[in-house]
Design a protein around this ligand. Structure first.
Ligand SMILES: NC(=O)c1ccc[n+]([C@@H]2O[C@H](COP(=O)([O-])OP(=O)(O)OC[C@H]3O[C@@H](n4cnc5c(N)ncnc54)[C@H](O)[C@@H]3O)[C@@H](O)[C@H]2O)c1
Ligand SMILES: [Fe+2]
Length: 411
């Protein structure tokens, strides 16, 4: 393969900085006249949130608030919101909160525009056209949903989480104000930051595709490329600098800023390049153990990296150099640095108290192979993995992750 290929799909505006939430009223007024704000019960009572809503109204926009978004986004809650507000006909939808609230706003915008059931839109590129503009305002540093073409919902009847991916889901505006994350408790900071770490690594090491003119037309996620790589490295540099501090001292605004910049950058990277094996395996693990998405994907990351290492030596070494693992003299062969990076990722996750094995996460012992079989079904994520995965390879990963035997995957 030769030549540079790059692709990015992003909101029309991405605004980042402490205090930028104070511009949300003006930004909303530039887009619409009737706003619906989706948030959750905690945020609905928050003084900062109330100030944002008042500011929207002060800018001459009619505004209504739906504050019953549930974590992990069960489908029934989305339908309830749409039924309640369809008559109001909002022309701009805001999602203010963690990934769940932002994904709520995205789904509501789809259903208000196109009707039907969310099930009509599962998978890739199923949304038939543009939707009402969304303004996404994250209050965790993790999902990157403020810039991604993805919404993840829980189909409770089918007992599984499902993804909807389409460029039409990308918010019109992302407003990232790190001060909104100052209230995140250590556990949430760790788990959401670990999700961002996984997005950055999986997108930076995603499989490269054959570059054809229809690659970005037919696919939402297009694999590793020159533009998403810039964001992946930006994310990783900031995560290694700031995540432990943000977890230990939530009042440290410099660490909060770096983590929000990192989760935004990781969203820019994976929203175009896509994620891979760790995300594929987390879906069944999450369904079985009811543990947070970020905890599961991060726990799996060192095992997936160990398996992928032969296909990723130079990419791992590039990350290692970017985060300073090569020392002042730049020492270390790519091979050495690729090992050092996996150790550094495992050490970082340990420092922020992410569990180390699937056993600790509560996966039943007899579900190791079942997890691998379910994960291999996530074709989009499996095909995006840098090293070819079959069911035996998946089983090797889930077994190693169950017992904590990373060395079993070494090559
Ligand atoms: N769309 C995407 O691109 C994408 C990517 C990754 C994950 N996700 C999805 O996002 C969801 C997870 O999002 P999340 O990790 O941001 O958490 P979340 O939105 O599920 O919120 C988790 C909890 O944290 C609380 N919280 C949020 N912000 C807070 C703050 N500033 N202070 C105190 N508490 C706060 C919430 O009230 C809630 O109780 C999952 O459903 C996941 O599947 C989506
Ligand atoms: Fe994720």
């Amino acid at each position: 393969m030769s030549g540079i290929f790059g692709a990015l799909r992003l909101p029309a505006s991405v605004v980042f900085g402490s205090g930028q939430r104070k511009g949300i009223g003006m930004m909303t007024a530039q887009i619409g006249r009737r706003a619906l704000v989706c948030t959750d019960a905690r945020m609905g009572q928050d003084a900062e949130f109330k100030a944002i809503v008042a500011d929207i109204a002060a800018n001459g926009v009619e505004v209504k608030v739906y504050d019953r978004t549930e974590a992990d986004l069960p489908m029934a809650g989305i339908t309830a919101c749409v039924e309640e507000y369809a008559g109001y006909k909002p022309d701009v939808v805001l999602g203010i909160g963690g990934g769940s609230c932002m994904d709520m706003a995205k789904c509501v915008a789809v259903l208000l525009q196109h009707g039907g059931s969310l099930r009509d839109y599962y998978g890739e590129n199923k949304i038939p056209g543009p939707v009402a503009p969304v303004i996404a305002v994250p209050t965790t540093s993790g999902t990157g949903s403020e810039v991604t073409p993805v919404a993840v919902i829980a189909d409770t009847e089918r007992g599984t989480k499902v993804g909807i991916s389409s460029p039409y889901l990308i918010p019109r505006v992302a407003v990232c104000d790190p001060e909104l994350t100052l209230t995140c408790p250590p556990g949430l900071t760790a788990v959401s930051g670990a999700d961002a770490l996984t997005h950055a690594i999986e997108s930076f090491t995603a499989a490269r595709r054959d570059v054809t003119p229809d690659l970005t037309v037919k696919n939402v996620f297009v694999g590793k490329n020159a533009l998403s790589d810039v964001f992946g490295l930006l994310a990783l540099k900031n995560i290694f600098e700031a995540l432990p501090t943000a977890v230990k001292d939530g009042t440290n605004i410099a660490a909060r800023e770096k983590m929000m910049l990192a989760s935004l950058a990781a969203g820019c990277a994976f929203g175009t390049a896509g994620t891979a094996a760790a995300h594929a395996i987390q879906y069944p693990v999450g369904n079985e153990t009811h543990t947070p998405h970020g905890m599961g994907v991060a726990l799996l990351m060192p095992y997936v990296m160990e398996f992928n290492r032969p296909a990723c030596v130079s990419a791992f070494a590039e990350i290692a150099r970017a985060i300073g693992l090569s020392g002042n003299d730049g020492a270390g062969t790519d091979e050495e640095l690729s090992h050092r990076l996996i150790d550094a990722v495992a050490a970082l996750l340990k420092e922020i108290k992410i569990p180390v094995t699937l056993k600790e996460l509560g996966l039943p012992e007899d579900k190791q192979d079942w997890t691998a079989e379910a994960a291999i079904g996530a074709a989009r994520l499996v095909n995006n993995n840098p090293r070819k995965l079959d069911v035996d390879a998946m089983k090797a990963i889930t077994r190693a992750a169950f017992t904590g035997d990373r060395a079993a995957l070494a090559s």
